[in-house]
Design a protein around this ligand. Structure first.
Ligand SMILES: NC(=O)C1=CN([C@@H]2O[C@H](COP(=O)(O)OP(=O)(O)OC[C@H]3O[C@@H](n4cnc5c(N)ncnc54)[C@H](O)[C@@H]3O)[C@@H](O)[C@H]2O)C=CC1
Ligand SMILES: O=C(O)[C@@H]1CCC=N1
Length: 264
């Protein structure tokens, strides 16, 4: 696959790393206005770095847009006249809806919206996808790309904002939980490095248990909470202090914010 990432910033470079590590492209163009700090990527075979979006588009089939929401319109205007039937447009841009993309490039383009997260850099992104009518014919290509770099599901476009909060912002939420449990471990006597290792691996183990067994979290919690034991003591104290409620309220606040900044 000949892929271009237009907007090689935090997310764009995370996608690039995932593609490079997984050898998941034929050629890869990375575009950015100022390319000095991404020139190193040209050391990888078949990777080109450019500030010329038209060069990237003309030499690629799959166009992944990873610019800020206020930058997408300009870049679509810039490249729309060189789009051909070979191009599949994949936008990762938050809150920029398909009808607005179609209004710029036309309905007759294969348009896909994708919401990955930064774990794509290590091939572990949970990515949600949706498309315009024409894009339904090419969404399998997007699934193939994002399944190489984690897992993907197809959802209706009206759930993309919610998916952004749970999956994209979600990485930051889980990081904070890992940091908090690390701090707890330090207080119990582990040094910082050991504490983070214990916290990360336990988090990975808990998620893996659910992924591999398909079970509900409470079923696994029941196996850990010895009657009158330390686990239920700690868990109940966390809940008295609003653990679940605080997380749900944070998710709601994040969702309210994304709806306030997205196009209608
Ligand atoms: N950072 C994240 O975890 C996630 C971000 N997103 C969405 O992805 C998009 C990108 O986010 P970030 O990577 O965090 O932003 P960023 O600001 O780090 O990256 C945007 C990049 O686009 C470049 N750029 C700006 N105008 C350009 C143009 N005309 N041509 C080529 N490159 C141009 C900038 O120089 C910058 O490197 C946003 O719309 C964001 O909402 C979606 C999911 C997760
Ligand atoms: O925080 C944000 O607004 C963007 C969207 C999801 C991740 N970063």
């Amino acid at each position: 696959m000949k892929i271009a990432i237009l907007g090689a910033g935090n997310l764009g470079l995370s996608i690039a790393k995932g593609l490079i590590v997984n050898n998941a492209f034929t050629t890869l163009y990375l575009s950015k206005r100022k390319v000095d700090n991404i020139k190193d990527y040209e050391e990888y075979s078949k990777v080109s770095v450019t500030s010329d979006n038209l060069e990237a588009v003309n030499n690629s089939d799959i166009l992944i847009f990873a610019v800020q929401p206020t930058q997408l319109e300009g870049i679509l205007e810039e490249i729309k006249d060189v789009l051909t039937d070979k191009h599949v447009l994949i936008s990762t841009v938050t809150g920029f809806k398909i009808p607005r993309i179609e209004a710029i490039v036309g309905e007759d383009q294969f348009i896909i919206r994708s919401m990955p997260n930064t774990a794509i850099a290590v091939g572990k992104s949970m990515t949600c996808l949706c498309s315009n009518k024409k894009g339904e014919k090419r969404i399998a290509i997007a699934e193939a790309i994002f399944n190489r770099l984690g897992s993907s599901i197809i959802i209706p476009e009206n759930k993309m904002q919610a998916a952004t909060v749970i999956c994209a912002s979600g990485v930051a939420f889980w990081m904070r939980l890992i940091r908090a449990t690390t701090q707890g471990a330090v207080q119990l006597g582990f040094d910082a490095k050991e504490a983070q290792e214990l916290s990360m691996q336990t988090c990975l183990g808990a998620a893996s248990l659910l992924i591999e067994s398909g079970k509900h979290p409470e079923e696994e919690i029941d196996k850990v909470t010895t009657p009158r034991g330390c686990t239920i003591e700690g868990l109940n104290e966390m809940e008295h202090n609003g653990l679940s409620s605080s997380l749900i309220q944070g998710i709601q606040a994040s969702f309210k914010k994304i709806n306030s900044i997205s196009d209608q």
